[in-house]
Design a protein around this ligand. Sequence first.
Ligand SMILES: *[C@@H]1O[C@H](CO)[C@@H](O)[C@H](O)[C@H]1NC(C)=O
Ligand SMILES: *[C@@H]1O[C@H](CO)[C@@H](O)[C@H](O)[C@H]1NC(C)=O
Ligand SMILES: *[C@@H]1O[C@H](CO)[C@@H](O)[C@H](O)[C@H]1NC(C)=O
Ligand SMILES: *[C@@H]1O[C@H](CO)[C@@H](O)[C@H](O)[C@H]1NC(C)=O
Ligand SMILES: *[C@@H]1O[C@H](CO)[C@@H](O)[C@H](O)[C@H]1NC(C)=O
Ligand SMILES: *[C@@H]1O[C@H](CO)[C@@H](O)[C@H](O)[C@H]1NC(C)=O
Ligand SMILES: *[C@@H]1O[C@H](CO)[C@@H](O)[C@H](O)[C@H]1NC(C)=O
Ligand SMILES: *[C@@H]1O[C@H](CO)[C@@H](O)[C@H](O)[C@H]1NC(C)=O
Ligand SMILES: *[C@@H]1O[C@H](CO)[C@@H](O)[C@H](O)[C@H]1NC(C)=O
Ligand SMILES: *[C@@H]1O[C@H](CO)[C@@H](O)[C@H](O)[C@H]1NC(C)=O
Ligand SMILES: *[C@@H]1O[C@H](CO)[C@@H](O)[C@H](O)[C@H]1NC(C)=O
Length: 838
Amino acid sequence: MIVKRLARFTIIALEGALASPAVHSRTLKSADVFLPVGVGVGSAPQIQTGRFVPFTLDQIFSVATLDYGVERAGYPFFDVSSLSGPVQIEVKYSEPFDGLNHPFGDGPYCYSNQMGNSFRVETFNVTSKGRLASSLLQGGQKWQSMRLLTNGTISFSNVGYEATIDTIEPEGLPGQFSSDDETLNEIWKLGARAATAACVDKSTQKAIWEVDPVKGVFARSLRPSLSVKATSFANYTLEFDTKIERGGSWWSVAAPISGSAYTMLLTGELPENRRFANTNTTLTPPNTISLGYGVDFVNQTTLASWTLDVFKVPFPVRENTWYRISVSLSPSRYLSVSIGSTQVFNVSMTTYPLATGAFSGSFGFGAYQDQAAYFMNAHVYDTINGSTLYLNNLTNQDVLAEYGTQANIESVCLDGPKRDRLVWLGDFLHTARIIPVSTSRTDQARGTLQFLLDSQLPDGQLNISPNLGYELKSTATAFAPSGSFGLPDYQILGLISFHDHVRSSNDLDWAQSAWPQWQKQIDWLLRRINNSTGLVTLTGRFAFIGAIDGGSAVSCAAVQGLNGAADVATGLGDTQSATRYRTAAASLADAINARLWNDKSGAYGFSLADLEDISVMGTAFCITSGVASSNRTARSLAALSRLRLGPGYKDYTQLSSTDPTVNISPNTNGFLLSALFLGNASARAGELIKSLWSPMLPGTQARNKTAVGTSWEYVNSVTLQPGLSLFTSLSHPWGGAPTYILTEWVAGLRPAIGSKGFGYRRWIVAPETGVQIGLKSASAKVVTAYGGDLSVEWKVQSGKMHVNIRAPTGTDGCFVYGDKVVRLSSKSVYEFSVDIPV
Ligand SMILES: *[C@@H]1O[C@H](CO)[C@@H](O)[C@H](O)[C@H]1NC(C)=O
Ligand SMILES: *[C@@H]1O[C@H](CO)[C@@H](O)[C@H](O)[C@H]1NC(C)=O
Ligand SMILES: *[C@@H]1O[C@H](CO)[C@@H](O)[C@H](O)[C@H]1NC(C)=O
Ligand SMILES: *[C@@H]1O[C@H](CO)[C@@H](O)[C@H](O)[C@H]1NC(C)=O
Ligand SMILES: *[C@@H]1O[C@H](CO)[C@@H](O)[C@H](O)[C@H]1NC(C)=O
Ligand SMILES: *[C@@H]1O[C@H](CO)[C@@H](O)[C@H](O)[C@H]1NC(C)=O
Ligand SMILES: *[C@@H]1O[C@H](CO)[C@@H](O)[C@H](O)[C@H]1NC(C)=O
Ligand SMILES: *[C@@H]1O[C@H](CO)[C@@H](O)[C@H](O)[C@H]1NC(C)=O
Ligand SMILES: *[C@@H]1O[C@H](CO)[C@@H](O)[C@H](O)[C@H]1NC(C)=O
Ligand SMILES: *[C@@H]1O[C@H](CO)[C@@H](O)[C@H](O)[C@H]1NC(C)=O
Ligand SMILES: *[C@@H]1O[C@H](CO)[C@@H](O)[C@H](O)[C@H]1NC(C)=O
C-alpha cells in the first residue's frame, strides 16, 4: 500500500464527510408474507408438489407437504376454512426435505435461545375456523409438513409466514450480477439470498417470553433463557414458583449463556384431555424430572447432550397449579431438586462422569416442545452460607432484557437464520462483503458492528457471538466472567469486516463515532504481538483459523486487519494511528516472511512449531494481506495441491484425505477465492466456484432435497451433501463468498485500493479475470456512497471488448485490462471498445 502525503489526508477526510453512505432501508410491512409455491397431500411427506391450492386433511390424506421454493422465515400462520370439530395438527419445519421424515424435523436447536421457537415441530389443537398463528418465529426453512393427528377433517384456505426478514428476491436487489454463464448467475444469488435471510431488522424478532404482572414469566417451546445477572454465580440454590400450563416446565442451572448446562425438565401428569396425540412419553414420562447435561435431552448431530437420569415425582404433578421448586448445587458436587417439601433427588455428580461442567454459571427458565409454563418469585442464595444473591418476582417487563428474550434492539446479521441465530463476530467477514454488492443494507452492516462494539470488554475484546435478545451495552462484562470470550482470532476477523464495511460504504461518520472503540480493540491486538517472535500469540485454547501461537493464518489476518484499520484511519484523518498501524503491520509481515516461510515446501508453514503443514486459511490470508510477494504467492498457490480434496480444499494438511466425514468449508474456501484471483490463478478460482458451490444449486432430485437458494455452512468432501447432516445451516452467508467475488473479480467491478476508494469514490473495472475463466459477457451493479449506482457491462466479440460503465459524476475510476489502463472521469456514462489478446 502506498503511503500518502499529509495534505491528501485532509482532502480525503473532507470528501468523506460530504458523502453520505448509501442506505437502503426497506421497512418490513406487517402485510409482508411468505406463501408456499407448492402443496402435496398424501399419507407421508412428498418432494413432488403441485401448485399451491386450498387443501383438506383427513384420515386418508393426513399429511400435507408445503414447498416454499427457497429459504423463508417468519411467524407461521394457518387459515382454517372448515373443520369437523377440535382436531390436532403437527407442523414440521425444515431446511432440507429430509427433515420432514425425522421426529424433530431438522431440529431441535437448543444451543442458545434462538429468539424464536427452539423446536422444529409444533403441535396445535385447532378448535375454530379463522387464522391460527404461532407466537414463535421459525427462522429459516424451505419445507413444511402438516399432519392431522386425530380423527376429523380440517381444510385450509392458506398457510404461510408473516415475514421476519426482507421479502425481496435476489433479482430485485439494488446490487446485481449477471453473465453468459447461467451457473455462475445462480451461484451469485446464493450469498445474496443468504445475506437477505440472515440479516434482520430492528424489532422484527419479537420478544419470546410474555410477562404477566400477576403470573410472571410465560415460556413455551423454548430452551431455558438465562439471566445475565448470574453468570458469575457458583454453588447456589435456586428457588422459584412454576405453574405448568401444558405438559411441563424446564429450567437450567450452572449454565453458560450459550452451550452445555445442567438442565432439568419437570413433566406433569399429562392429563388425557390436554395431552397432544404425538406426545413422546418415553422422552417426557409423566410425573418425572429428567436431568440432563448439555443443551437438550436429545442429540442433534454435532450438538451432543446427555440424559443423565429420570426421577419419578412421588405425586401427580398437576397442570395449572403452582409448585415451589428448589434446585441446589453444593460445593461437594451434589445436585438436588425439591418440589415443595418433597425432595425428588439429591445426586452426586461422581455418578455421572459425562457431566463435566463446573457448578458455576447462570440459571434460566423455559419449556420443552409444545409445553408451556409460568415462572415467578426467583430467589438465589449461596448454598453454604444462605446469603441472598438474587431476588426477582419475574413480574416486570425488564426481565425480558435481563434474560435475553426481548425483541432485537438493533438491525443485525446473524450467522444463519435457522441456527445459531447468534451475531458471530468472525462469521460476519464474508457477509460484510456480500452486503455491498447485493442487498446494499449498509444499516444492517453498521448495526451488526455497533451491536458487537456494544459488547466490548474493558480490555478491548468484542463478544464473539452475542445473542439477539440482551441489552449488551450495560452488561458486556457479564458475558465473559473469565475476562475473555474464546476464539480470540475472531477479534481480527471482526476488525477486517469493519474495514470492509467502510470500504464499500464510506460510512465515516459512524466510523468516527466508533473509532475510540475500534482503537481499543486494535490496541488489544497490538499487545498480542509477541516480543520474541514478532508474530501474533493469542491466549486461549484455540483459534478458529489456525494456530494460536505463531500461526501463519492468525498473523497474516492481523496484517490485513491492521492495514485495513490504517486505511480507515487515513479516511478519518487520523494520520498518527494510520502510521502506527501500518508500521506494526509491516514489521509483522517481515516477521512472517522471515520465520514462517518454508522455502523447501514453497509455502507458509502452519505455525512456528509446525512449518511443514499448511492450511487454506494461512495460504489465503498471507496472500490477501499482501504479506506474500508475487513469487511466494505463486509458490504457495502451487502448494495448495496438498490440500485439494473433493469439491475444494480441506482446511489443513493434518486432516485425512481418506476420512469420508471430512467437510469442505465454503467459509475458508471463500477466503481462498480472493487469493487465487490476486495470484493470477483465475482459472482455478473459477473451477473452485463451480465445484464447491454447484452442489448447493437445484438439479437432480437429490439436489432438490437440499437446495434452498442459499449458501451452505459445510459441504461433505465425498457425498457433496450438507456436511453436518440435518444440523447444517443451509443458509449461511459465511459460505457466500462467490457473490462478492463474482462482482469484484469476474465482472471486475471494485472500489479502488485505499481510502480514496471508500464508497466507490474511485473505482476499478478490471474484467480480464472474468475473461480468463471463460466468460464472453458480464455485468454488475453496486450502490455507491456518491448519489447513485455504479454499473458495468462488458461483452467480448471478435477480439474486442465492448464496455459500458455508468457512474455517479462525483466519482472516477479506471478500466484495466492487462497493461491497458484507461482513466475515466467527469462523465456519467463511458462507452468504449478495446482490443484484447485472444
Ligand atoms: C377415530 O375414529 C375411529 C373410527 O371411527 C374410532 O375407532 C377411534 O376411536 C377414533 N379415535 C379417536 C381418538 O377418537
Ligand atoms: C382441544 O380443545 C378442545 C376444545 O376446547 C378441548 O376439549 C381439548 O381438551 C383440547 N385438547 C388438547 C390436547 O389440548
Ligand atoms: C421418543 O423418544 C425416545 C427417547 O428420546 C426416542 O428414542 C424415540 O425415538 C422417540 N420416538 C419417537 C416416535 O419420536
Ligand atoms: C448423544 O450422543 C452421545 C455420543 O455422541 C451419547 O453419549 C449420548 O448418550 C447421546 N445422548 C442422548 C440423549 O441420546
Ligand atoms: C445432598 O446430599 C449431600 C450428601 O449427603 C448433602 O451434603 C447435601 O446437604 C444434600 N443436599 C440437600 C439439598 O439435601
Ligand atoms: C457467602 O458466600 C458468598 C459466596 O457465594 C460470599 O461472597 C459471602 O461473603 C458469604 N457471606 C457470608 C455472610 O459469609
Ligand atoms: C415483588 O418482589 C418485591 C420484593 O423484591 C416485593 O416487595 C413485591 O411485593 C413483589 N411483587 C409482587 C407482585 O409479588
Ligand atoms: C512468544 O512466543 C513463544 C514462541 O512461540 C512462546 O513460547 C511464548 O509463550 C510467547 N510469549 C508470549 C508472551 O505469548
Ligand atoms: C511486549 O513488550 C511490551 C512492552 O515491553 C509489553 O507491553 C507487551 O505486553 C509484550 N508483549 C508480549 C506478547 O509479551
Ligand atoms: C499477477 O499478474 C500481475 C500482472 O501481470 C503481476 O504484477 C503479478 O506479479 C502477478 N502475480 C503473481 C502471483 O503471479
Ligand atoms: C522465485 O523464487 C525462486 C526460488 O526461490 C527463485 O529461483 C526465483 O528467482 C524467484 N523469482 C523471482 C521473480 O523472484
